[in-house]
Design a protein around this ligand. Sequence first.
Ligand SMILES: [Zn+2]
Length: 383
Amino acid sequence: MKITSDFECGNGKNIVELAPGHWRLDEVGEKAPYCKYFCVRIDGEEDGGPVRLDIYPDPDLGEAGRAGMMGHYPSPLWYSENAMERWLNVTKRWPGVETYGDDHISTQVVVPPNRSTYVASNVVLSWSMLRNWAASPATQGAVVDALGTTSEGREIPRLHIPPLSADGAHRVFVFSGQHPSEHCGPLAACGIAEFLCSSHPEARAIREHTDVWIVPMINVDGNVHGRNGWTMEDVNPYPDFEGACDGREPEATEDRLLWHWLVDELRPELCLNFHGFLGQRSFVEFPHDGFYVLQDPASVYTDPARCALYETVRDTLFWDTPGLTGAGNPGPLGPQSLAYNLARYCGAVVPFYEINHGFHGVYGAKRKGVDVFRATMRAMGCG
Ligand SMILES: [Zn+2]
């Protein structure tokens, strides 16, 4: 038996076998609360068998890291027996194996001989899987290229789903993956592409006059290295856009590429951004999703009509999605965010949705992405 995190999207260090079939490891965090994600592979080798896994907070982050990680649990853990393609809750097969303490969480799986099982805090979509996935929409009318390359030289996948009619198309932008451990976000963006490329009548109606651009995974390097939230240049991409609408350059290579393409070329009317979070400890009702909204939209938009459209979309999502089931109130979308800066710079409507990735697997995240997108498009009068 062997346990490793040495693979794309892996996260776990100081992996030690305490007794036969009983292992411990430390999560690898960047800065609290970005210290909740783990993903390891258990290789059964000749014998296989039951494996108890104890997962501890990153000791390098001290008490803040402990509180930061444990604050995300209890939350259902996930496993995959086929190379991260298909994920299930651990307790579906082994009820009662998960325990959550103050200083670590624990679970158990049974690994067949000569097979591998992935165990993670949430389902995972790697950059390589995303690139393989993109081959399918590319055969269904989507144009797949790259926004550019990351600080470590990897391509940032970009999809363009052009309108079916030439005139009067609305420019729509969907993006995710700022915080790489929130894999539900890229999955939501992929779901939207799959929906739009399908024969669903609502998808066809939306595509008639909508020009859709999708960047499912902006922080590709962070994804590959199994990071929680930061880029490999040690930037948290969410607040990296402070002052961008007044000419300040974002710090991260990927954020500069994104900002300049958006404001110099695309100038989208809509920017739909997905994030994710974990757990249920302080959230009100299942499925514990969340929203972030502009606090005072009238002070952000220069055009009152754009402000009114933003408020229409915001209020539609309050009622047509479960975005208020996490905190019960939306969080603030501040001047450090891309959303705020795009709203100010070119009047983009900026819905910002958080999927709880403890409770959404691959299909749940894709479906949630499509639900939020459809509700947004109805409110925008598209389709
Ligand atoms: Zn996030």
